[in-house]
Design a protein around this ligand. Sequence first.
Ligand SMILES: [Zn+2]
Length: 86
Amino acid sequence: MTKRPRVDGAVSERERSTLNHGSCPVCGYRGFVFGPRGGVNLNIECGRISCRTRFNVALFAGAVQHAQRIDKRVEGGPAWPSEPLQ
Ligand SMILES: [Zn+2]
């Protein structure tokens, strides 16, 4: 299991700002793939195949209000319908 930056997995304000500008706080790649969603929450995954870091983001008025890291596929996260083609 990958060590998390915080106990609750919440991203820093700087990381949240990076997400709001469309880029991955981990690798800087600009672009995300959508995963499961419910209510104001949307799971997103970095579009860079070598990164694929996942976040659960809470959206309001088109902006990320809160975000936390969630398990990547390689960390035991579930498969999504948007899995990349092999
Ligand atoms: Zn990334």
